[in-house]
Design a protein around this ligand. Structure first.
Ligand SMILES: Cc1ncc(COP(=O)(O)O)c(C=O)c1O
Length: 445
């Protein structure tokens, strides 16, 4: 038996079901750059970046050094009671790189989920209004507040409801499939209609605290919005005194080629959340927003004992410096363009590639059964993932059928070429009926 199999068998005795989506038998030994090495010594190119939490790659020296240095000083003293310089430096940096031309404040957490919960508290408190609106297909996290904002999987609803009261969901302005799958219905007005109807009939706009968006819906299938929608949404928010919040946990920090994915749109959110890659993979999230909103509540309204620990703060400072020093924002944009030069032809070349979309190195490849109906081909997507895995490429599917292409921003051009070769070969193999032997039952979301 291989070492990987040993670990995986042992894992199943202790690690409980809700904590892992079943994909590949990969037990990691170590990693470097965009490469993962399993405990049996096999190397993989990582196109998943640990769910976009390794934007600067695996174990980069600036980050590991920063962690080691801080660990020798002190590992933690809670910011709930004391002060420390790494927190101050990171708070300042986050205020500088986040969007919004206003005075800001920051709060720290341990996961994207708790940051989004914080947004709910702050928005409700500041506006004095109860209701929160977000989007169908959104994934905002796993705590009850973030869950209540999410609407992506029945496994995140079944058996442990009810969710928190006062949450509503509207259709995401999906530029590819259109409103309820009708490709001819995808104008800004058509997408705003369900919200306007809500305001007219069952949710008073003056009682809505905030609308939460992902600029590109990540786990929802790397969905890009209809042009002009967010701008129109922000106008509506302003008209009704509703805060606009952006969850930039997956799309932020270089993933789309900019510090914040908000930069691609002409909007200025009142509040934004970062997480995932922020501390190079150590647990850390941040809420950054207008000072008057962020300071509105009083302690201990939103604090966590181990949040903003100096080890994570130093890791985050090193991560952000690395993004700057190695020009990783530009690298993400350039590598994204490079990939797209080849990938954008796939919609013509391959019957099962319905759409290729995204920004920078945040790319979705939409695998369909039929280009006309755009019906999702989950089976093909999973089989492609399985064959890629055998060929040393880690890639998964989101929304059932959308291949998630999100490598670390430090991936080399040679690795990109290899990954694209494997993907093309695998898509062809599927179309030639060569992937029928994979059993995908129980795999994926
Ligand atoms: C857009 C978005 N928001 C929030 C989260 C939740 O982050 P975490 O898993 O760190 O709680 C995720 C995680 O996938 C995400 O993609």
């Amino acid at each position: 038996m291989s070492k990987s199999t040993d670990i995986i068998n042992e894992d199943s005795k202790y690690f409980a079901n809700p904590g892992r989506i079943n994909y590949f038998p990969l037990a990691i030994s170590h990693g470097y750059g965009a490469t993962l090495v399993d405990v049996d010594g096999k190397e993989y190119i990582d196109l998943l970046s640990s769910a976009s939490s390794q934007n600067v790659g695996h174990a980069p020296e600036p980050v590991t050094e920063a962690i080691k240095n801080q660990v020798d000083q002190f590992i933690h003293y809670t910011p709930a009671y004391m002060y420390q310089e790494p927190l101050v430096k990171l708070g300042k940096k986050l205020c500088e790189i986040s969007p919004g031309d206003y005075e800001k404040r920051v709060l720290f957490g341990l996961s994207g989920s708790d940051a989004n919960d914080g947004v709910v508290k702050l928005a409700r408190a500041y506006t004095g209004r109860p209701y929160i609106i977000s989007f169908v297909n959104a994934y905002h996290g796993s705590t009850y507040g973030a869950l209540s904002m999410s609407a992506i999987s029945l496994n995140m609803r079944k058996k442990y409801g009810p969710m928190l009261p006062g949450f509503y969901h509207i259709p995401f302005p999906d530029n590819y499939r259109g409103l309820y799958g009708a490709p001819t219905s995808n104008t800004v007005d058509e997408y705003l209609a369900p919200l306007k109807e809500m305001f007219e009939k069952y949710v008073p706009a003056e009682e809505v605290a905030c609308i939460m968006i992902e600029t590109i819906q990540g786990d929802g299938g790397l969905l890009e919005p209809v042009e002009g929608y967010f701008e129109a949404l922000q106008s509506l928010c302003k008209e009704h005194g509703i805060l606009l919040a952006v969850d930039d946990i997956q799309q932020g920090l270089g993933r789309t080629g900019t510090w914040s994915s908000v930069t691609h749109y002409n909007i200025e959110p009142d509040i934004i959340t970062f997480g995932k890659s922020l501390a190079g993979g150590l647990p850390m999230s941040a809420i950054i927003g207008r000072a008057e909103i962020m300071d509105y509540l009083e302690a201990p309204a939103h604090l966590f004992t181990t949040s903003a620990n100096p080890v994570s703060c130093e890791a985050a400072l090193a991560t952000l410096s690395m993004i700057e020093d190695q020009n990783l924002l530009q690298a993400s944009a350039d590598k994204g363009d490079y990939v797209r030069q080849r990938m954008d032809n796939w919609t013509e070349k391959y019957d099962i590639v319905g759409d290729v979309r995204g920004k920078g190195l945040s790319i979705g490849i939409d695998i369909v059964s039929d280009k006309q109906s755009k019906s999702r081909n989950n089976d093909a997507a999973l089989k492609i993932c399985n064959r890629c895995f055998e060929e040393g490429i880690v890639i998964i599917a989101v929304a059932g059928n959308v291949l998630r292409f999100q490598p670390p921003l430090v991936i080399s051009y040679e690795q990109l070429d290899y990954a694209l070769d494997v993907l093309e070969r695998t898509i062809e193999a599927y179309m030639n009926d060569e992937l029928n032997d994979y059993d995908t039952a129980g795999q994926g979301w």
